[in-house]
Design a binder for this molecule. Structure first.
Ligand code: HEM
Length: 157
C-alpha cells in the first residue's frame, strides 16, 4: 500500500509554529528518538556516557524554551558536558552535521513558521560554538544565525 492510500482523504493540515513548552517537549522527544537510532551519533549518547533521559529531556526543553519562547529558563553551562564527552569519545564535525540534520528534519516535520526557523538557525549557531570549543574548528559554510550564544565558554579550571 502506498502512503497516499493510508492517509485519510483531504488535505493535510499545515503544521503550526512552535508556541508552547509542550510543543518543545514533544519536539525534544521526537528528536532524541532519531538521535539514538542514528548509527553515527546514537552511540555517542550511550558508549561512554550514561544519560539520565528524563533529566536530559527536561534540561533540553528548558534550553529551547529559553532560546525560543521565554529567556532565562535555562541557566546552565551547555559547554561542560560536551567537553567531557569529547575528552572520552572525540567529537568530529560530521557528528555536529548529523545532529543538525536530524534537528532540522524533526523541526521541519512538526512545525513551520518563524519560531521553527529560529530553532534551526539557533542550533547552527550553538553547534558552531560547541565545535569551536571542543574539536577547535568551525565550518565556514555554516548557516548564519544570531550572534549571541548562551553558552559559557570560559575554560574549565
Ligand atoms: C555532536 C553533536 C552533539 C552531541 C554528540 C551531543 C551530546 C550531548 C550529551 C551526551 C549531553 C549530556 C547529556 C546528559 O548526560 O544529560 C548533551 C547535553 C546537552 N546538549 Fe548536546 N550534543 C551535541 C550537540 C548539541 C547541540 C548542537 C546543541 C544545541 C543546539 C546541544 C545542546 C545540549 C544541551 C543544552 C545540553 C544540556 C547541557 C546541560 O545543561 O547539562 N548539543 N549533549
Amino acid at each position: 500500500m502506498t502512503d497516499a492510500a493510508q492517509r485519510p482523504a483531504g488535505p493535510r493540515p499545515a503544521p503550526d509554529d512552535i508556541r508552547t513548552r509542550e510543543d518543545i517537549a514533544s519536539l525534544v522527544r521526537a528528536f532524541y528518538g532519531r538521535v539514538v537510532a542514528d548509527p553515527l551519533i546514537g552511540p555517542l549518547f550511550t558508549r561512554t556516557v550514561s544519560v539520565d533521559w528524563p533529566g536530559h529531556f527536561r534540561v533540553m526543553t528548558d534550553f529551547w524554551e529559553s532560546s525560543l519562547l521565554t529567556p532565562g529558563v535555562y541557566r546552565r553551562n551547555a559547554l561542560r558536558p560536551h567537553r567531557a564527552l569529547h575528552a572520552n569519545d572525540p567529537l568530529r564535525q560530521e557528528h555536529f552535521d548529523r545532529w543538525l540534520l536530524l534537528w532540522a528534519t524533526t523541526v521541519g516535520r512538526m512545525h513551520t513558521g518563524p519560531v521553527a526557523d529560529r530553532a534551526v538557525a539557533k542550533a547552527h549557531t550553538v553547534a558552531q560554538a560547541l565545535a569551536r570549543n571542543t574539536i577547535g574548528t568551525t565550518r565556514s559554510d555554516a548557516a548564519p544565525g544570531p550572534v549571541t550564544v548562551e553558552i559559557d565558554a570560559r575554560p574549565e579550571r
